[in-house]
Write a protein that binds this ligand. Structure first.
Ligand code: UDP
Ligand code: LCN
Length: 782
């Protein structure tokens, strides 16, 4: 160990990642038995569990991550090997010393610690529970209002405050004590028990009013009785099951605002434009799911209320032929949901006024909804920041979403922010992210890995736990992933578009001639390149934006190199377009060139079909199914994928799917059961796994069907919009109650956040050059 530590410090001060630490540890030990013993020892354990270390001779400071979400900081003296625990602040100072020594030694450097405000907030303890915030919160709330009737008062206040446009719901002001409420519930339950189950609520509404009970309990006597009984149980002795049920039927959310200001947000002709990938698909599908669920709940609550959902985005005057210059647009396949576009306005000297967008948007929303919303949801940095400003100002419950955060995309993006700022404005972006994460009442994520990563990979949110922007701010606690505000609610795919290939009655056969042309015609044109000589072979299919990270060129190369695979199947990819001179994106240009060169290098003509980006989702649905008809498979080879909508679209169509083990897809698919994981960093292993599957299918014709059915089963159990909408609406009502219960602490934290926003963020935003406005919107998402 001494040899190892002396090699660590021999090169002077530096930052070392786990791989380097392990490599030097290996080099310092030649005896195998000794090595095994040392690895099991305390220092061996520290090194193995370390994400990164700071070498400041004679010390080495370690950021140890023994489990997802759990961080410990220690420093080791390289000569006597003494170990001492240090705080996150001390560790960050060590790290800063490498990049900005003056700042690291400045006693007045700005340190922000949001952990200081979380003393009264219950925290999860088990890494495996991270992301199950709602479940935990329900249990916590049940215990919090458990002991005596005085502790029930916040629940009573919450119920008394329920209303829609001034009309009381569930109870009115006459039931102003817990005892009075309990008595009324008892009388009402007795009364409804004697009625036929299907008696509609209006038939006995007048009796309820006599007892101080209002609308909202249910549409029939049976449902009303059930709801009343549930509340009585909670008031008698709260338990998590009844609490969960209670927050599932309480009528508290009718109007939702969703912010997604960046990029081109539209319903047609936008897929493929900067920043318009899965994000737009996700929001439009989410709106439809919310509306359906709200309508169902409202009906079951016995109410006659129209829900309203607004997606707030930016109005783009030069809309490039899209509808992004229209102020209001109804959302297709919904009855009460709209896109509302508000421009980014500047003052005469062309400076974007702080608050201006949030203020303009608030006025439009209130005008459209004729009141304030019940829930505000932000998306990505800018959307989450505006949502935070507005939710704090209006006192409304807030949620944030950001399936892909920027910080983990670039190594050391925090500590090296000064280098990257001219291009990416990370100082501004990370500060905004931290403000939003701490302001919001709950955070909706798509998978566990998004929050807390995996055993070896740090989660996207987790990377905001302790970090430093030297010269600017040291976040000693940015956000803690054990906070119960974190929730996993995975998206689904629109099942009216992505349905199984076996549902022959629903199949969109009118698209078949076009799809036939797209897949099999022999001539090249601006829609497709290359051809498939043997159309009897199954097709392996992929579809993605032509970004480096999507690794479509990786898949093409794996295929090119694997003769066995080439003999068994054809390859079809939908990605980007063919003429590099038509792209403005450096990455895309290089990927286009790489595609051409790979097709030439491996002489793949006759086996590969490259199709240009496709914007018609409905036809794409049928395309997935036609691939299933060929008894093919979908392959998602990304180097990293936050969630991966194409994976669940393919699975919804009954297409066996191979997807990257880096990111969300690793959770969506259970390897070997509902699909397969592939390692994007090991092409040979991945392409052989695909061949093995097709060989097995040839030997056993039922195997393909088995995998297809298992993919569908996985989707129906875990990845539908119905499950999503139900979960998120329950979060809305539960966290609204928690906001009320936690009022004082939330208020104190809000004041601290306001200070950071005003004194720090606004100055940073002011420094972003005006000409880059479109650039910021364009570069930060996805
Ligand atoms: N998509 C499309 N045409 C294309 C490429 C992608 O319609 O040429 C759709 C795809 O079906 C999916 C979305 O765009 O709905 C991509 O979402 P995903 O989560 O896979 O990746 P993202 O683009 O968001 O990184
Ligand atoms: C952003 C991504 O990077 C994808 O992985 C997701 O599927 C998409 O958003 C929708 O959430």
């Amino acid at each position: 160990m001494k040899r190892c530590f002396s090699s660590y410090v021999s090169k002077g001060k530096r930052l070392m990642k786990n791989k380097q630490l392990m490599a030097e540890l290996e080099k310092s030990m030649d005896d195998k038995v000794e090595k095994a013993r040392l690895m099991e020892g305390f220092l061996g354990y520290i090194i193995c569990s370390t994400q990164e270390a700071v070498v400041l001779p004679p010390f080495v400071a370690f950021a140890v991550r023994p489990h997802p979400g759990i961080w410990e900081f220690v420093k080791v003296h390289s000569e006597d090997l003494s170990v001492e625990g240090i705080t996150s602040s001390e560790y960050l100072k060590f790290k800063e010393t490498i990049f900005d020594e003056t700042w690291a030694n400045d006693e007045n450097a700005l340190e922000v610690d949001f952990g200081a405000f979380d003393i009264a907030t219950p925290q999860l303890a088990l890494p495996s529970s991270i992301g199950s915030g709602l479940q935990f919160m329900t249990r916590f709330l049940a215990s919090k209002i458990h002991d005596h009737s005085e502790s029930m008062k916040p629940l009573l206040d919450y119920l008394l405050a329920l209303n829609h446009r001034g009309q009381n719901l569930l109870i009115n002001g006459t039931l102003n004590t817990v005892n009075k409420l309990q008595t009324a519930l008892l009388l009402a339950e007795d009364f409804v028990s004697d009625l036929p189950k299907s008696t509609p609520f209006p038939k006995f509404e007048h009796r309820f009013l006599e007892w101080g009970l209002e609308k909202g309990w249910g549409d029939t006597a049976e449902r009303v009785k059930d709801s009343i009984h549930c509340l009585s149980e909670v008031l008698q002795a709260p338990d998590p099951l009844n609490m969960e049920k209670l927050f599932g039927f309480i009528p508290c959310i009718f109007n939702i605002v969703i912010f997604s200001p960046h990029g081109y947000f539209g319903q047609a002709d936008v897929l493929g434009l900067p920043d318009t990938g899965g994000q737009v698909v996700y929001i439009l599908d989410q709106v439809k799911a919310f509306e359906e669920e709200l309508l169902l709940r409202i009906k079951q609550q016995g109410l006659n209320i129209k829900p309203q959902i607004l997606v707030l985005t930016r109005l783009i005057p030069e809309a490039q032929g899209t509808k992004c210059n229209q102020e209001r647009e109804p959302i297709l396949n919904t009855n009460h949901s709209f896109i509302l576009r508000v421009p980014f306005k500047t003052t005469e000297d062309r400076v974007l006024k702080q608050w201006r967008y949030a203020k303009d948007a608030a006025a439009k929303i209130i005008d459209h909804m004729e009141g304030i919303p019940d829930l505000i949801i932000g998306n990505y940095t800018d959307g989450n920041l505006v949502a935070s400003l507005m939710a704090s100002k209006l006192g409304v419950t807030q949620a944030t979403i950001a399936h892909a955060l920027e910080k983990t995309k670039y190594e050391d993006s925090d500590i090296k922010w000064k280098e990257l700022d001219p291009k990416y404005h990370f100082s501004c972006q990370f500060t905004a992210d931290i403000l939003a994460m701490n302001t919001t009442d709950f955070i909706i994520t798509s998978t566990y890995q998004e929050i807390a990563g995996s055993k070896d990979r740090v989660g996207q949110y987790e990377s905001h736990y302790a970090f430093s922007l030297p010269g600017l701010c040291r976040f000693v606690t940015g956000i803690n992933v054990f906070n119960p505000k974190f929730n996993i609610a995975s998206p689904g795919a629109d099942q009216s578009i992505y349905f199984p290939y076996t549902q022959t009655q629903k199949r969109l056969t009118s698209f078949h001639p076009e799809i036939e042309e797209l897949l099999y015609s022999k001539e090249d044109n601006d829609q497709h390149l290359g051809y498939l000589a043997d159309r009897n072979k199954p097709i392996i299919f992929s579809m993605a934006r032509l970004d480096t990270v999507k690794n479509i060129t990786g898949l093409v190369e794996w295929y090119g190199k694997n003769q066995r695979l080439r003999e068994l199947v054809n390859l079809v990819v939908v990605a980007g377009f063919f003429d590099p001179s038509k792209s403005k994106d450096r990455e895309e240009i290089s990927e286009i060139k790489k595609m051409h060169s790979l097709i030439g290098k491996y002489q793949m003509k006759g086996q590969i079909r490259w199709i240009a980006a496709q914007t018609d989702r409905v036809r794409n649905g049928e395309l997935y199914r036609c691939i299933a008809d060929s008894k093919g498979a979908f392959v998602q080879p990304a180097l990293y994928e936050a969630f991966g909508l194409t994976v669940i679209e393919a699975m919804n169509c009954g297409l066996p799917t191979f997807a990257t083990n880096q990111g969300g897809p690793a959770e969506i698919i259970v390897d070997g059961v509902s699909g397969f994981h592939i390692n994007p960093n090991n092409g040979d292993e991945s392409s052989n796994k695909i061949v093995d599957f097709f060989e097995k299918c040839m030997a056993d014709s039922s195997y393909w069907n088995k995998m297809s059915t298992a993919a569908l089963q996985r989707i129906y159990e875990c990845y539908t919009w119905k499950i999503y909408a139900n979960k998120v609406l329950n979060m809305g009502s539960t966290y609204t109650f928690w906001r009320q219960l936690n009022k004082e602490q939330k208020h104190a934290k809000e004041r601290y956040l306001q200070m950071l926003y005003n004194l720090q963020f606004r100055n940073l935003a002011r420094m972003v050059p005006m000409a880059g406005m479109a650039g910021i919107a364009g570069e930060q998402a996805q």
